[in-house]
Unconditional design. Structure first.
Length: 637
């Protein structure tokens, strides 16, 4: 049965016949397409989305309480679209409803489900369908519940090989790539794969039949927002996301923020030459960390070197099975990766069974940035506030070359590979702590430091940053450095840890560092009217000591210097100078002790049961006195 039949064919089919049984507690007598999100029926959101991207001829395939839908939308003129209604007398499932309305559509048309909320650039998927030459294009994405979703398998060209409907057989492990119920279809072949009678489902019956007939189905992969809102819990989540701007964060209208993640030693435990799915074991908290990124609208993108492929130790298919295990374990924790890129190459030859064509010097093996560039292109990622998190210096160097903020973890190699002489912007105990810093700590500290940045923008040459051990001085220094960069001041960050004296653990605070040498180096710079090269001793995090290797830093006469370290505010030859400001970084004792235990447990220098106060008892009062003379006191949380 048809209402408002028009001569012109429709560009869009919206399947709007659902009863919404699972939503009865919310929808009362409303048909499911009329359930409101932020005060507006979900179907209205979809119609407005279609109109926004130039699709204004829409057929609504309705059944349950269709009168309510018609009375609200009418012919569509109030919404600047033209609506046609195809009314099912008897429910025939999504494929049956589509079959009965095929004569209403153009040769190519979009299909939307009225129980999903989406913010998708419909024109992009439409154009991608035309370029691919496919008979059908399916919108695919990773989601936080792959275990009860229809999972799609694709080849390297995004051609769909198989569709695995829910429920899945026991033991099935597949990449988290889910059918999101948004399609572009060619009408020509649909008569043969949809039922003339009886009930059938598009995803469970029509698409598998298309594959059986040898038709070309393509996957369109995007992180844009598409969510089922067919249960009260999912409806609440969608409305929460909408109010908090998550669809906007993920849309194609904006460049997206991302966290690039290493795999081994960052997400899963480090295993030398990992080649089997059974060797994958998530690091505690990794799924929680990635879930928090997912819920924030920040993309979680893995960038990993996998030379085991070039060495012939695992095939590309074997690597796919390994990543399917990663996806399954993350999915069990309600988390997902937005994408995963790996480099299969290795430059060194001579391994038994190696794959010769992969034994090359490439631009995708970290610290080269080919994969990061590819991800930024594919996923529309902005770099200025994106991050890379990893456990090796090659991760940090790749981030530096790419213009990303960098975090080195104390899991996996924890920087002990020492292949590259590079200092991370931040350190974190593990991925969960890193993500907490990205989502909460960095933003909060930036707000607290912004007034200080404005205050020291002009006329200041040196900033001293001191406070108790593990108070967060290096974080304050780095965040303030970022703020000064925005304000146009170049900053050089010097750490007093580079001037630690040998065997200094049992020395008092004044003797633990070579403060005379540090003072002389700094005075040499700030008293100069020309560019000066300062040689700073490097600090080894793993061994908690400085060493004789020097890092040469070229400092211009207008550059700003940050000197960070526990006793920096005790350096009287510097604090008394004009053009110098001092910052005392403060933290509550329970925070200090918690950080202290984590840090010293990591470097294994002391028994973890020793308390912060016991180790530092002689120094605490001396350091705290310096707070009285600080220009600014910053509370670390």
């Amino acid at each position: 049965m048809l209402l408002n039949k028009h001569v012109s064919k429709n560009q869009v089919a919206i399947l709007a016949g659902g009863m919404g049984t699972r939503l009865k507690s919310r929808s009362a007598d409303l048909p499911k397409p009329m359930v409101p999100i932020a005060g507006k029926p979900v179907l209205q959101h979809q119609i407005e989305l279609c109109r926004k991207y130039g699709f204004n001829r829409i057929a609504l395939l309705v059944q349950h309480k269709h009168e309510i839908i018609y009375n609200y939308f009418g012919d569509g003129s109030n919404f600047d679209v033209t609506l046609t209604y195809s009314i099912e007398e008897t429910p025939r499932g999504t494929a049956g409803a589509l079959h009965d309305a095929l004569n209403l559509f153009d040769d190519t048309f979009l299909v939307l489900y009225a129980d999903t909320f989406m913010d998708v650039d419909l024109r992009r998927i439409w154009n991608a369908h035309g370029i691919s030459g496919a008979d059908a294009t399916l919108f695919l994405h990773a989601n936080d519940h792959p275990q009860d979703s229809d999972i799609v398998a694709i080849d390297k060209n995004n051609v769909i090989i198989n569709i695995n409907p829910y429920p899945h057989p026991d033991g099935l492990e597949l990449r988290n790539l889910v059918n999101a119920a948004l399609y572009v279809l060619n009408r020509a072949e649909l008569e043969n794969v949809t039922p003339a009678s009886g009930k059938a489902d598009i995803a469970k019956h029509m698409f598998p039949k298309m594959l059986e007939h040898g038709l070309h189905l393509n996957g369109y992969i995007s992180p844009e927002y598409v969510k089922d809102m067919g249960t009260p819990e999912r409806l609440d989540k969608v409305e929460f996301d909408y109010i908090n701007g998550l669809p906007e964060c993920l849309s194609e209208r904006n460049l997206r923020q991302a966290v690039f993640l290493d795999r081994d030693g960052t997400i899963n435990q480090e295993v030398n030459h990992l080649i089997l799915p059974d060797q994958i074991e998530l690091i505690t908290g990794a799924d929680t960390a990635i879930r928090r990124l997912n819920r924030s609208g920040i993309l979680a993108v893995v960038i990993t070197n996998q030379p085991v492929i070039a060495r012939g130790e695992v095939s590309e298919e074997g690597m796919n099975r390994i990543h399917a295990r990663v996806d399954k374990l993350l999915g069990a924790g309600g988390a997902y990766l937005d994408n995963l890129y790996y480099c299969p190459h290795h430059p060194d030859k001579g391994f038994s069974g190696e794959v010769n064509q992969l034994k090359i010097k490439c631009d995708c093996r970290k610290p080269d940035i080919g994969l990061i560039n590819q991800a930024c292109h594919d996923m529309n990622i902005r770099r200025n506030d994106s991050w890379i998190v990893g456990d090796s210096t090659s991760d940090i160097e790749a981030g530096r070359r790419s213009g990303l903020r960098t975090i080195l973890l104390r899991t996996g190699y924890a920087g002990s590979d020492a292949k590259y002489n590079v200092r991370p912007d931040y350190f974190a105990t593990d991925l969960l702590e890193a993500v907490d810093w990205i989502l909460l700590g960095h933003t909060a500290l930036t707000k607290r430091l912004a007034p200080i940045a404005v205050d020291i923008q002009h006329g200041i040459r040196l900033v001293l940053i001191g406070g108790q051990a593990r108070a967060g001085k290096s974080y304050v220094a780095q965040v303030l450095k970022e703020l000064m960069h925005v304000l146009g001041r170049k900053v050089h960050l010097l750490s007093l840890d580079g001037w630690l004296n040998p065997n200094s653990k049992n020395l008092g605070i004044h003797d633990r560092y070579d403060l005379k040498a540090a003072t002389s180096a700094v005075l040499n710079v700030i008293n100069a009217n020309t560019r000066v090269v300062i040689s700073q001793p490097e600090y080894e995090l793993i061994n908690d000591k400085s060493h004789t290797q020097l890092e040469n830093i070229s400092i211009g006469p207008n550059d700003l210097i940050f000197l960070e370290g526990i006793p920096s505010l005790l350096m009287n030859n510097l604090t008394c100078l004009s053009g110098v400001k001092s910052i005392y970084v403060n933290a509550k004792i329970n925070i200090l002790e918690s950080r202290f235990k984590k840090y010293y447990s990591f470097i294994k220098l002391i028994n973890n049961e020793k308390s912060y106060n016991k180790l530092n008892n002689d120094d605490i009062s001396i350091i705290e006195q310096s707070k009285l003379y600080a220009d600014y006191v910053v509370e670390s949380h």
